[in-house]
Design a protein around this ligand. Structure first.
Ligand SMILES: [Zn+2]
Length: 432
């Protein structure tokens, strides 16, 4: 860590520095332990996942984007600052399980690898509706949204994607949302605002739904007969893919697509079959990460929003699994940063932001503590935000509270968007 690191002053500064010392003391072998936790991304992805990913990407390439925006691969609208933004959003995590003395053990990469090079806002507040669709919509529009909790209604003011695309002529392939969160719908990609809307919206992909539903169906088919019965599984996959309505499979994001290309369908079938046979459980966030990384490699979007949600297993009451989700998000955030450093389209010109959607309810609350995120409490509303990369002049810890709606105007400015109508304020520490 650099000796020139600038921190805030006062008791809180001491607290966070103290925490980091605690963490350092707990980390006997430094890099080696990081490697054990992080693994080698390539090595830890088994072949079936790679095949599935490849197939999913073939589907995206074949269906999700108009040919015109795919042509030339890296071609983008000319406008803008040349800067890129990758936003990583967790589901709900409390400060208690993350940036607190007892929580640091759950976030070794965020606290040990990334914090020392970051602009860290200790207190990033969700002052809106602490439900997933509204929280994400508020972050993406810079205005507190109060639309349907389950994504049946689009945000009412323009998203950053629309501002970016309309204001600067950016192509659709420049703006992506890749999300694990099942509370979101493809309406997260564009607003209902007049003069904006889906024609300026982002590509929205839900890899987890796509995979989980397909695999669940395949497993069901296998269990009812014989898992080893290859023909039956393949027949089931075939019928799933040929079905006119893909919504039940989580394919609704492709609802504007034409009939599947037979070659794409064949690849998908093969990959899913292979994936099913591998038999191992997988994390939705792992898949979201893999698809996001592939999107970066294939399309190099200038604005990518990745939404992890393994932590939301908390709704089912397993604290251990919730903490496992935090650890996964911690590791995948770090791997995302590593990808940015390794990818020449991103390295040196990308700002990555990591933040939770909100906290969770405090222990002992009437809403079952960490299970939920409904309380009007500090534990539910108080989160943090980390920024890394091009817009960060120097690592700092910012004590001043900020609000989730502040981010949109800030990132829009980094991308070169015209000033936008936002309830938030531009965060001056991030360099434009
Ligand atoms: Zn939730």
């Amino acid at each position: 860590m650099s000796g020139s690191r600038i921190v805030g002053t006062g008791r809180k500064r001491c607290a966070i520095i103290g925490q980091r010392r605690v963490y350092a003391a707990m980390k006997p072998t430094g890099d080696s332990i990081s490697r054990v936790i992080a693994g080698d991304p390539e090595a830890t992805i088994d072949r079936s996942k790679r095949d599935f990913l490849r197939a999913a990407m073939a589907l995206l390439a074949g269906l999700n984007l108009p040919r015109t925006s795919l042509a030339g691969g890296g071609q983008h609208g000319a406008g803008g600052s040349g800067q890129r933004v990758v936003m990583v959003v967790f589901g709900g995590v409390r400060r208690a399980e993350t940036f607190s003395p007892q929580g640091l053990v759950n976030i070794p990469h965020l606290s040990g690898d990334l914090l020392p090079q970051s602009l860290f806002y200790r207190d990033a507040r969700n002052e809106g509706v602490t439900a997933h669709f509204n929280a994400i919509s508020s972050i993406l529009t810079g205005n507190w949204q109060r639309v349907d909790d389950w994504g049946k209604l689009a945000p009412t003011t323009p998203t950053l994607f629309e501002q970016f695309r309309k204001g600067l002529g950016a192509a659709q392939s420049d703006t992506w949302v890749v999300a694990s969160n099942k509370a979101l719908t493809n309406l997260i990609g564009a607003s209902s605002a007049a003069d904006y809307g889906p024609m300026y919206g982002a590509n929205v992909v839900f890899p987890k739904q796509l995979m989980v539903a397909a695999v669940a169906n395949a497993l069901r088919a296998g269990r009812s007969r014989n898992m080893a019965d290859r023909e039956k599984i393949e027949a089931e996959l075939q019928s799933m893919l040929e079905a006119g309505n893909y919504e039940g499979l989580g394919w609704s994001v492709f609802d504007a697509a034409e009939r599947l290309d037979p070659r794409v369908r064949g690849t998908i079938e093969e990959a899913i079959t292979s994936f099913v046979r591998s038999g191992g459980p997988t994390s939705g966030d792992e898949l979201t990460f893999l698809v996001s990384r592939e999107v970066m490699r294939k399309f190099s979007p200038r604005l990518l929003v990745v939404i992890f949600s393994d932590v939301e297993v908390a709704h089912f009451g397993s604290y251990a699994m919730h903490v496992g989700g935090i650890r996964t998000g911690d590791r995948l955030s770090y791997q995302m940063w590593q990808e940015i450093q390794a990818n020449s389209e991103y390295k040196g010109k990308t700002t990555m932001v990591v933040m939770p959607e909100f906290g969770r309810d405090p222990d002992g609350s009437t809403t079952n503590g960490f299970f939920n995120h409904r309380g009007d409490t500090e534990s539910t509303r108080g989160t943090w935000m980390m920024a890394l990369g091009a817009a960060v002049d120097k690592p700092q810890i910012i004590e001043r509270p900020i609000r989730h709606v502040d981010l949109c105007a800030t990132l829009g400015d980094l991308l070169g968007c015209p000033p936008m109508d936002s309830q938030g304020v531009r965060l001056k520490e991030l360099r434009g």
